[in-house]
Design a protein. Structure first.
Length: 144
């Protein structure tokens, strides 16, 4: 699995927002500058995440963005799905955007791609933004 640049930027922005949870709004220009993300691109990304209900915004001079809920309730998988769509490498193994294939019953790839989807989902669904901010992310089996 390869994240798009858009998803990478979204995750980086969300980490900053999680780190400032309950301390105040973050201005888009501050997020863009700190993370070296083109501001116009970041605006589009944050609108998508806001539309998904994970963050909220306030307009005006004292405006900015913040989490709608505690960061321990928002997983990396949620943000990746908002920005890049399903985690599955093939539509036939997607849990949320399944599209049947005429060869689905006899396909030799399906089992392997299902394992790939499950492994990626297992990791991204168990890590929250609170975990990332507290450096509480546990190494997976086989990682040192």
């Amino acid at each position: 699995m390869k994240l798009s640049k858009k998803a990478e930027y979204a995750l980086r922005a969300m980490i900053l927002l999680a780190g400032s949870y309950r301390t105040g709004l973050l201005r888009i220009q501050d997020i863009a500058k700190r993370e070296k993300i083109p501001q116009k691109f970041l605006e589009n990304i944050l609108v998508e995440i806001k539309t998904a209900g994970l963050i909220r915004s306030k307009r005006g001079a004292a405006g900015g963005y913040e989490f709608c809920m505690p960061p321990q309730k928002v997983t990396l998988a949620q943000v990746v799905r908002v920005i890049d769509g399903p985690l599955a490498p093939l539509s036939c193994v997607s849990r949320y955007a399944h599209i049947s294939c005429p060869d689905e019953k006899k396909c030799k790839l399906k089992r392997v791609m299902l394992e790939v989807r499950n492994a990626v989902a297992r990791v991204l669904e168990q890590v929250t933004f609170a975990d990332i901010c507290s450096e509480n992310v546990q190494p997976m089996r086989g990682e040192t």
